[in-house]
Write a protein that binds this ligand. Structure first.
Ligand SMILES: [Zn+2]
Length: 368
């Protein structure tokens, strides 16, 4: 059996995991640059718990609360300047994918202000600041990946920072921070996690351990999916399950990468402002139908792990959760042209042609 498996992040999970493991923060440095969005970290309790833990260890911090959704290269450069002004020697991210991805880029840029080309092209850097993360959505899995996805305005798409040096040193998983997440964000992020596990399971770079974790994460997500269609709030146990499942999905993409769904989804986010998870979710069923033609058994395993009798049933539930979206014929042509050049198309098995991508996008977004 030929494979590699590398996951260097220390995951600390459970209620009060920040408080109970505050001493671990001391291993990272003496002054933290805490990154979050405007108000979410203050509202969900993660900011309070992190500051109390730092205080308990006699450590200092600055708080930067200007992380925007889909952070750009310009955004992370200006945040890195703030981190330097604060003289921070490690970074803490509180939030979803945007906060964690921005923090990874800042961990590189605050240590050494490399060019955008180097940031996105190099796999190793002279120095990267250590990073601790607290995911407060259940979707990106960025807490356990070496990836940071950044908006690249010059290239009109999303670009990747990919370096093992930006794997977080610590990831604190406390489902209570996700309890008050609005349902639309919950749905979109859960579907993103689902796409990570499903795509990585089917990827060219799929490996046996990653596939095992992918199926387990799909089973757990499938156990909560029907509840997402109901208006009742999710239980703490369900929130914990989703946070755990999205972390597993993160480990899986760190090993195997994403495929055509993410390749197509980036244009929907960049040009149409569609949320990343929603974009992936809307494409998911058509992607399964495309792959199923060549690999019916493997797609069947994913469908069964999720607990659906047919792809039609799966598609119907996704539509209930995320709604529908339409594009013009010109947009579909343009997005297929962009997606076919994305690196993760090479990781798709079977590899779709531009025509195949056009077909999937048309079936999803052109309507009858
Ligand atoms: Zn994703």
């Amino acid at each position: 059996m030929n494979f590699q498996f590398y996951m260097p992040t220390r995951v600390l999970s459970g209620a009060d995991c920040i408080k109970n493991n505050s001493a671990r923060l001391k291993e990272l440095g003496t002054k933290a640059f805490i990154m979050s969005g405007k108000s979410s970290a203050a509202n969900n309790g993660s900011l309070h718990d992190m500051c109390e833990a730092l205080k308990a260890e006699g450590m200092e911090w600055c708080h930067y609360n200007e992380v925007k959704p889909n952070p750009s290269l310009e955004d992370v450069r200006s945040a890195a300047e703030q981190a330097n002004k604060c003289e921070a020697d490690f970074i803490v991210a509180l939030g979803g994918g945007s906060a964690m991805d921005a923090a990874k880029a800042v961990a590189v840029l605050a240590a050494e202000p490399v060019s955008n080309e180097a940031l996105l092209g190099q796999r190793t850097f002279n120095k990267v600041l250590p990073l601790a993360v607290v995911p407060t959505t259940s979707g990106t899995g960025s807490e356990v990946t070496p990836y940071s996805i950044l908006t690249n305005n010059a290239m009109e798409t999303k670009s990747f920072l990919n370096s093992e040096q930006v794997f977080p040193k610590l990831a604190f998983l406390d489902g209570r921070y996700t309890l008050e997440l609005p349902r639309d964000i919950t749905n979109a992020t859960v579907i993103d996690a689902l796409s990570h596990s499903a795509e990585a399971y089917l990827a060219v770079r799929a490996t046996p351990p990653a596939q095992a974790l992918a199926l387990e994460s799909l089973r757990l997500i499938g156990s909560v999916l029907p509840s997402l269609a109901n208006p009742e709030p999710l239980s703490v146990e369900q929130r914990d399950t989703l946070l755990y499942a999205s972390m597993l999905a993160g480990i899986v993409i760190a090993q195997s990468g994403t495929t055509a769904v993410h390749a197509m989804g980036y244009s929907l986010t960049y040009f149409k402002g569609l949320d990343h998870g929603v974009a992936n979710g809307l494409l998911m069923t058509e992607y399964f139908r495309f792959i199923e033609k060549a690999r019916p058994e493997e797609v069947g395993k994913i469908r069964e792990a999720l607990g659906f009798a047919s792809l039609d049933d799966f598609g119907a539930l996704v539509e209930t959760l995320l709604g529908t979206f339409t594009l013009s014929k010109e947009e579909v042509t343009k997005f297929a042209g962009i997606a076919v050049k994305a690196g993760n198309i090479l990781n798709t098995n079977p590899q779709p042609t531009e025509e195949d991508l056009y077909g999937m996008l048309s079936n999803c977004f052109l309507g009858e």
